[in-house]
Design a protein around this ligand. Structure first.
Ligand SMILES: [Fe+2]
Length: 119
C-alpha cells in the first residue's frame, strides 16, 4: 500500500516510534495524507479513488481524524478500508516489534545475536 507515501516528506526522526512527538511536529505528521494525495493525484494511471483514499486514510467517522475532520459518510469507503488496514498493521507491529525491520536485522535478533551486514 502507498497510503503513507506523503511521509517521505516528513522528518524520519519525527516518525520514529521511540520519539515523543511535540505539538509542532504533529502538524507535519498531519500533513502527510495531503502531501501523498498531491503527489499521487496526477500520477498517470493512478486511480483517483485510490488518491482520495490516501487523502482520507486518517479521517475518522466521528470527525476526530485529519486532515479535514470529515465525518460519517463524508469519509470515502475505500479510505475506511485503508484506515482499517493501517490500524491493523499498527497493532500487529506493536505486538511484534521486529515486524517491518529489514530481514537481515530480524534474522539476527531472532537468533539472539547481533545482526551483521554481509558485505
Ligand atoms: Fe498515514
Amino acid at each position: 500500500m502507498c497510503h503513507d507515501f506523503g511521509e517521505m516528506h516528513t522528518d524520519p526522526h519525527i516518525l520514529d516510534q521511540s520519539h515523543q512527538i511535540t505539538a509542532d511536529e504533529r502538524r507535519f505528521v498531519h500533513a502527510h495524507p495531503l502531501t501523498g494525495y498531491l503527489l499521487l493525484k496526477d500520477l498517470k494511471g493512478f486511480p483517483p479513488s485510490a488518491a482520495k483514499a490516501v487523502l482520507q486514510h486518517h479521517e475518522r467517522l466521528d470527525g476526530s481524524g485529519y486532515p479535514h475532520g470529515l465525518r460519517g459518510e463524508q469519509v470515502d469507503k475505500l479510505a475506511r478500508i485503508v484506515a482499517a488496514a493501517d490500524v491493523t498493521e499498527a497493532v500487529l507491529r506493536r505486538l511484534d516489534p521486529m515486524r517491518g525491520k529489514p530481514r537481515r536485522s530480524r534474522r539476527g535478533q531472532e537468533r539472539g545475536r547481533r545482526s551483521r551486514p554481509f558485505y
